[in-house]
Write a protein that binds this ligand. Structure first.
Ligand SMILES: N[C@@H](CCC(=O)N[C@@H](CS)C(=O)NCC(=O)O)C(=O)O
Length: 362
């Protein structure tokens, strides 16, 4: 039985829970609040989720955690065997983790009915035994999340429509994929599906405003969320697509134009020692978004995976990535200076938050 410290409506806790259910692994959910000192000592940073194993070891960060759990399995892996699909799956996971975060936080905290629901749910889960009046706790949570992860992450009147377009586009791209097959890459879940469950399960599929949009605009995605929540490995070997088809290629185009564009600008800003930076994504200007040291590491890991691909795989993936944004995967880049997990110990290293000490600093 592993202990998962998180919250019942948290993005990355939902991603990890989907994986643990898929592998029929028992877990116990515990709140981070009240356990911060132990979490910081064991896992390095307080974020959701962190995991405590029965032998006392701590794990942080859903991406390396799932990879480590998967290494212990004696079953067909959720990381595709073919190098092209493996790379695509990792890229989609990273896009789901790091790019879809902004629209997910925007819908949850910018719309009144969504923030009323979320602040109540988080309060009841994390704060109700803390001697804080419910109204005050909810107000504190709303202000923290809106100031930090919405306005503080570049959502303004000017970027609002583009942020929402990112959600509508991923719905359309996935709807086209699920019109052809049950999961992103074939008849079984891969790490691409698990990654997408971060935003889709506890935010887009559950918060009132984006869930209504999902039901009406992309019913197959809505159905996939439930299918993923209940997914278990099939009896045989997973049957995945033989290469990148049009529907998947269209999703990859969006991933490159948005997520890879942001990863590049973030890495450049980090190398310059900046705390915030401006970026243009699909023609939309985001002013003074927070720099993330963690995301420099994400980019470095993707570049390593890219470097290990054979020439055939590289050209197959490249054909679906717009050159300007895709190039950050293959060009020599002096601006990528990872300085996290240099000993390659993740998920057993001391973790860091995606931004500052949790919320993006002002
Ligand atoms: N890279 C981490 C990210 C975890 C994360 O950022 N979780 C969010 C909540 S879903 C969090 O803890 N944010 C920090 C905060 O709100 O203080 C992972 O993949 O697990």
């Amino acid at each position: 039985m592993v202990k998962v410290y998180g919250c019942r409506i948290s993005y990355f806790t939902g991603k990890l829970e989907t994986y643990l259910r898929f592998r029929s692994m028992d877990y116990e959910c515990l709140p981070t609040v009240g356990n911060q000192r132990r979490i910081r000592a064991g896992a390095g940073a307080v974020q959701m989720p962190v995991v405590e194993l029965e032998d006392g070891r701590w794990l942080s960060d859903s991406t390396p955690m799932i990879r480590w759990f998967e290494d212990q399995q004696d079953a067909p892996s959720i990381y595709p065997e073919t190098p092209t699909l493996r790379f695509v799956a990792l890229l989609v996971e990273d896009y789901a983790d790091e790019w879809l975060w902004r629209p997910a936080m925007h819908y949850r905290w910018s719309y009144r009915q969504d923030r009323q629901y979320a602040s109540g749910a988080i309060f009841d889960d994390l704060l109700k035994d803390r001697w804080i009046p419910r109204w005050l706790g909810r107000r504190f949570l709303t202000q923290r999340q809106r100031a930090g992860f919405v306005r503080g992450d570049g959502v303004t009147r000017e970027t609002w429509d583009h942020v929402e377009r990112g959600y509508l586009t991923v719905l359309d791209r996935l709807e086209a994929i699920f019109n052809q097959r049950d999961f992103v890459l074939g008849d079984s879940p891969t790490i691409a599906d698990i990654g997408l469950m971060g935003p889709m399960l506890r935010h887009f599929g559950q918060d009132p405003t984006p869930a209504e949009i999902m039901r009406n605009r992309a019913p197959r995605v809505y159905e996939w969320v439930a299918r993923m929540w209940n997914a278990r490995p099939g009896p045989g070997t997973p049957s995945l697509i033989s290469g990148i088809d049009t529907a998947l290629g269209d999703l990859l185009g969006e991933v490159a134009e948005t997520h890879l564009a942001q990863l590049r600008e973030n890495a450049v800003a980090y190398a310059q020692g900046a705390k915030r930076y401006d970026q243009v994504v699909q023609g939309c200007s985001y002013i003074q978004v927070p720099v993330s040291r963690y995301r420099v590491w994400c980019l470095e890991r993707l570049r390593k995976e890219w470097a290990e691909l054979g020439e055939d795989s590289k050209s197959e993936v490249r054909a679906h990535l717009p050159g300007t944004e895709g190039a950050i995967l293959w060009e020599e880049s002096p601006s990528i200076v990872p300085d996290y997990d240099l000993e390659n110990r993740a998920p057993f290293n001391l973790g860091i938050n995606v931004f500052g000490r949790g919320v993006p600093p002002r």
